[in-house]
Write a protein that binds this ligand. Structure first.
Ligand SMILES: Nc1ncnc2c1ncn2[C@@H]1O[C@H](COP(=O)(O)OP(=O)(O)OP(=O)(O)O)[C@@H](O)[C@H]1O
Ligand SMILES: Cc1ncc(CO)c(N)n1
Ligand SMILES: [Mg+2]
Length: 556
């Protein structure tokens, strides 16, 4: 099987449309003795899907492997890894294993005829792009697979010659060695043995160095596969996890640093599945291998502190990316207007005047009681701004304090901040909302009731209204005064935070306006242009609490 690097889904749809789908299906149901229920209905569905050319196709990997009850390796790893990289993964189960983080307690092979039946079910119907193999417990299963692949050719075949688990337990009999060498390797686009498997395939030779791995890759290449990846996850005394890739001409040492983690069970299955997923997406082989290795590294890194099981070998969390997606989409942080109570807005000029890093300033404001932080960096280079925002986000998240970015929607996106605050001449809130999505917090600076109305219509969460008092922080800033401020608060459908010239001397008079929409005060110099930010924040907080109706958050 040749991999076609130019493979794309549209050309595939054309082939699918041209092939007599119903004929394929009829053939498959007759050989399965008519045991697939609803075959007539499904035949119609296939014809319709192929006929109208519509719908969304996903790159499709079929894994032919064993089930791992601990779900870190085997079929379970393959399905998760493929999905993490955007491919659909169907599965033909060759064996059911009983295993956990201690080791393998039992292996129950699936009868060969039933492996054949599963293969036919999937390959005859589901437009598989790439087949990936894992645990093939007997030479009989290898032969069944070779026959199926001859009958239903796919774009590429990835063979992970699983023989021994990381815990040292046998997952395939020695007779499978001949099955791999004499039958399957010749059909494989890539074979991915670990050190023990490479050694076993080559009669038990010792593999201790990267140079040994290169020789092994060449010898295995002579057995027929187009490419070989000898995995060095178990290379002794190495601070690196180096794999050797050989395409028949060139060797590539794929270096990575070795991560110190208990949770490495399933790295091999994951790597091979990721290669298969990338090939199904159309990547050329070396790129697929590199991307797969990068994914394994990320998964290892994200799973370092995972505590699953009591044995020495824990699983990877393949879907680690879902955690951040979940936090973003499950409304983990929906806007709470009470967070506006003591709103700290940073100022780089003041920080440099007092010789403070932005991070120290933010940390001190939170320690003193700030309930929300906005980073307002007018001069910083974008790269520095993102770096500072990432650091501040760590502090804010650990205290449950939302972090907003002034003006820069791109920076907010880059660091996954909680939202943005935009002024009247910045990006319109409506546009910011469409870019940031429904979960992020958006605040808008408003001086008039009309602007407050527009902010509400644009999907903002709150408005900042001012300058309530004259300020030197913002040049040429029109002061609306306490009366003008109160008028906007009364008109606003959104919660309001007061801003402009607010300090511990006048914060009480602002809160005493006591309009329901008024939720707090925003301060810049009253915190950051003072010697001790913590003290000033504490002072302000107590003034606000004394002069406002009880703050719901503080009553809990
Ligand atoms: N501790 C580690 N740090 C970084 N990369 C690792 C580590 N362990 C394994 N890898 C990488 O993971 C991939 C799988 O290699 P490994 O040699 O562990 O395969 P394996 O023995 O088949 O795994 P399995 O446990 O699934 O059987 C390789 O790319 C390897 O370099
Ligand atoms: C089912 C299964 N396949 C592969 C491996 C290799 O890690 C394993 N431990 N279990
Ligand atoms: Mg392995």
């Amino acid at each position: 099987m040749q991999i076609d690097p130019s493979f794309d889904t549209s050309s595939f749809m054309a082939v699918a449309a041209a092939s007599p789908s119903s004929l394929i299906y009829t053939r498959s149901s007759s050989t399965s003795g008519g045991r697939i229920p609803g075959s007539a209905r499904r035949t119609t569905a296939v014809v319709m899907a192929a006929g109208n050319g519509g719908g969304r196709r996903m790159p499709h990997v079929l894994t032919v492997a064993g089930s791992d009850s601990s779900a870190g390796a085997g079929i379970q790893a393959d399905i998760k890894a493929c999905r993490a990289l955007g491919a659909y993964c169907s599965s033909v189960i060759t064996a059911v294993t009983a295993q956990n983080t201690v080791g393998v307690q039992g292996v129950h092979p699936v009868p060969e005829a039933f492996v054949a039946e599963q293969l036919r079910s999937v390959l005859s119907d589901m437009a598989v792009d790439v087949v990936k193999t894992g645990m093939l417990p007997s030479v009989g299963v290898i032969k069944v697979l070779c026959r199926s692949l001859q009958e239903f050719p796919v774009k590429a075949l990835v063979v992970d010659p699983v023989m021994v688990s990381t815990s040292g337990d046998m997952l395939a009999g020695p007779s499978t060695l001949s099955g791999y060498r004499d039958e399957l390797f010749a059909m494989a686009d890539i074979v991915t043995p670990n050190l023990k498997e490479a050694s076993a395939l080559l009669g038990g030779i010792s593999l201790r160095t990267v140079s040994d791995m290169c020789s092994a890759a060449k010898s295995i290449h002579n057995l027929g596969p187009r490419n070989v990846l000898v995995k060095g996850g178990h290379l002794p005394d190495s601070s690196e996890a180096t794999d050797v890739f050989f395409d028949g001409e060139n060797y590539h040492a794929l270096r990575g640093s070795r991560l110190n983690s208990r949770n490495t069970h399933g790295t091999g299955c994951t790597l091979a599945s990721c290669i298969a997923a990338e090939l199904a997406k159309g990547s050329p082989m070396l790129q697929a291998v590199r991307r797969a290795k990068t994914f394994v590294e990320s998964a290892l890194d994200h799973s370092k502190d995972l505590l699953i099981g009591n044995g020495p070998q824990g699983p990877l969390d393949h879907l680690f990316d879902l955690s951040s997606t979940h936090a973003r989409t499950a409304g983990a942080r929906s806007f709470d207007a009470n967070d506006l109570f003591l709103y700290a807005v940073t100022d780089s000029g003041m920080n440099s005047k007092w010789g403070r890093s932005i991070l120290d300033a933010v940390e001190a404001s939170i320690e003193g009681g700030a309930t929300i932080v906005q980073l307002r960096e007018k001069e910083a280079a974008t790269r520095d701004f993102i770096e500072a925002a990432n650091a501040c986000l760590g502090i804010c998240r650990s205290h449950g304090v939302p972090l907003l970015i002034n003006d820069r929607v791109d920076v907010a996106l880059a660091c996954d901040a909680d939202g943005v605050h935009v002024g009247q001449s910045d990006m319109p809130a409506r546009v910011a909302r469409s870019i940031l999505g429904p979960q992020k917090i958006i605040g808008v600076s408003c001086k008039t009731a009309a602007q407050a109305e527009e902010a509400w219509a644009d999907g903002a969460d709150y408005i900042g209204c001012g300058g309530v008092f004259p300020t030197t922080t913002k040049a040429n800033n029109l002061t609306v005064g306490l009366d003008g401020f109160k008028a906007v608060c009364l008109a606003s459908k959104l919660p309001v935070v007061a801003i402009g010239g607010i300090s511990s001397a006048n914060a009480g008079s602002v809160m005493e306006i006591s309009v329901p929409s008024l939720k707090g005060v925003a301060v810049v110099s009253a915190l950051f242009d003072r010697e001790c930010i913590v003290t000033e924040a504490r002072r302000l907080k107590s003034i606000l609490m004394d002069s406002s109706s009880p703050h719901p958050k503080l009553m809990v």
